[in-house]
Design a protein around this ligand. Structure first.
Ligand code: SF4
Length: 401
C-alpha cells in the first residue's frame, strides 16, 4: 500500500488547472493534498481534507471516483489516472482519529439536526466547528443513515461510522438515537425548547414502487428494506432483482454473500445507473444482467416480463410476442427511493414538491423560517459527496443569519 501511494503521488503532474479538482463535487484540493504528502506534511494534508470535506474518509471509500476526480485526471486520457482515492484514503484514514479539530468558541446557540446520514453528519460537524451547540436526532439506533443501513459492510466498513460517532462526541455534539422527530416530538417542540434553528437531513427511505400487481406478496421485498438487515431475510437460492442502480447492485452482492446461488438483475433498458466499478464487481460476484425486460406483475413463481427489443442506443423499438415468466424464490424491487412524509405531515407549512422533496430557497431554507434542509431529502437520491457539498453550503448560509 505504502509503495503504491508513493508511486501514485509521484505520478501526479501538479496541473496548474487541475481537472481532477473540477471533477470533484466538493472541489477537493487534490494537487495540494498530493504536494503536502510529498513534503511529508501528512497531518496538514489530513486537516486540509477534513476542512474541505469532513466525510473525506467515507468519500475516499465509496465515491464514484471514475466519474469524478479520477475520471477527470489528465493522465487518464492516454493511460491510467492517478489513483486519487487511494491517496485520499491513506491520508484521511491515518489522520482522522488523532486530528485536533479546530472550533470557534461556544456561541451558546442550540441547533437541532434531524437525521445522521451524510448531510446530517456533515452539517452537524460543520455547525459544531462554528461554535453551535448541536443535537442530532435520529430515528435509528446507530448513526449514519443509508451509509449505515443501506450500504453493505463489504463496501463501507461500519467501524468507520463508529469513528465518526467518536468525532461527534469529541466535538460536543449530543446524539439522540431512536428518536423520531414527527412522532412524540415535533419541529414545534424543538423551537419551544430553545433550538434557534433546525437542519433537516432525513434522506430518502420510502422505496419507489413499480405500480404493478404483486408488490405486496410474501416473496417480494424492497431493496432498502433488505439491506437494512439482510440476515433476517431468507431469500432462497434464486433471486430476481428489478433495477440497475447502486441499490440493486448492493442487493445482488449482499444476497450472494448470504447464500443465494442464482442472482439476476433485470432492467427495462440497458442503461446502468450504478458505477462501472460497482457493476463489474457485481458481475465478478456472480450476478447476471438481463436488459429489455419490462415488469408486468409479480406472481407466486416470480416476475413476469414483457420482452422489449432495444435499438443500438438502448431504447425500446419493439417487443417480442411472448411474455417471460421468470422462476425465482424471491423478487427484490430496487428502483430508487423517495422521502418519507412524517415531518411534512406533522409540521404545518413545511412545503414539498410534487415528488415529495422539501422545497428550499438558494440558502437551503425551507418554507419555514429557521428550518433548513440539505441532502437527498431536497435533491432526491444522490451520492455522499453531493450531500456533504449541499450541507456545507446550507450551514454557511445558516451561519450568516
Ligand atoms: Fe495530478 Fe491528475 Fe489532478 Fe493533474 S489532473 S493534478 S495529474 S491528479
Amino acid at each position: 500500500m505504502a509503495s503504491h501511494v508513493i508511486d501514485e503521488i509521484n505520478r501526479c503532474l501538479q496541473c496548474a488547472k487541475p481537472a481532477c479538482r473540477q471533477g470533484c463535487p466538493i472541489h477537493t484540493p487534490i494537487p495540494e493534498m498530493i504536494r503536502l504528502l510529498k513534503e511529508h506534511r501528512l497531518n496538514e494534508a489530513g486537516e486540509m481534507l477534513f476542512d474541505n470535506n469532513p466525510l473525506s474518509l467515507i468519500c475516499s471509500v465509496i465515491c464514484n471516483h471514475e466519474r469524478q476526480c479520477e475520471g477527470n485526471c489528465v493522465l487518464g486520457r492516454k493511460g491510467n489516472a492517478v489513483q486519487i482515492s487511494t491517496i485520499e484514503h491513506y491520508i484521511s484514514d491515518t489522520c482522522l482519529d488523532n486530528m485536533q479539530i479546530k472550533c470557534l468558541p461556544d456561541n451558546g446557540i442550540a441547533v437541532a439536526v434531524i437525521g445522521s446520514g451524510a448531510a446530517g453528519l456533515a452539517g452537524a460537524i460543520q455547525l459544531a466547528r462554528l461554535g453551535y451547540r448541536v443535537t442530532i436526532f435520529d430515528s435509528k439506533d446507530r448513526i449514519g443513515g443509508v451509509m449505515q443501513y443501506g450500504i453493505p459492510e463489504f463496501r463501507l466498513p461500519k467501524s468507520i461510522l463508529e469513528r465518526f460517532k467518536d468525532k461527534l462526541l469529541e466535538l460536543g455534539v449530543r446524539i439522540r438515537l431512536n428518536t423520531t422527530i414527527g412522532n412524540a416530538l415535533r419541529i414545534d417542540n424543538l423551537f419551544r425548547d430553545d433550538y434557534r434553528a433546525v437542519f433537516i437531513g432525513t434522506g430518502v427511505w420510502r422505496p419507489r414502487t413499480l405500480g404493478v400487481k404483486g408488490e405486496s406478496r410474501g416473496n417480494v421485498l424492497f431493496g432498502i428494506d433488505y439491506l437494512a438487515n439482510p440476515r433476517q431475510h431468507n431469500l432462497g437460492q434464486t433471486v430476481a432483482i428489478i433495477g440497475l442502480g447502486d441499490t440493486a447492485m448492493d442487493v445482488a452482492r449482499t444476497s450472494l454473500r448470504h447464500g443465494a446461488q442464482h442472482v439476476t438483475l433485470y432492467g427495462r433498458t440497458n442503461r446502468i445507473g450504478a458505477s462501472t466499478e460497482q457493476m463489474n464487481y457485481t458481475q465478478l460476484d456472480g450476478a447476471e444482467f438481463e436488459f429489455g425486460k419490462q415488469i408486468l406483475e409479480i406472481n407466486e413463481q416470480g416476475p413476469l416480463f414483457r420482452q422489449l427489443i432495444l435499438d443500438e442506443n438502448g431504447n425500446a423499438c419493439g417487443e417480442l410476442p411472448e411474455l417471460l415468466q421468470v422462476q425465482a424464490d424471491s423478487v427484490i424491487i430496487a428502483v430508487s427511493q423517495g422521502p418519507r412524509r412524517r415531518l411534512v405531515d406533522t409540521t404545518k407549512g413545511l412545503e414539498i414538491d410534487e415528488k415529495g422533496f422539501l422545497v428550499v430557497d438558494e440558502n437551503g431554507q425551507t418554507s419555514l423560517p429557521m428550518v433548513y434542509a440539505a441532502g437527498d431529502v431536497v435533491t432526491g437520491p444522490r451520492n455522499v459527496v453531493q450531500a456533504v457539498a449541499g450541507a456545507k453550503r446550507v450551514v454557511a448560509a445558516m451561519h450568516q443569519k
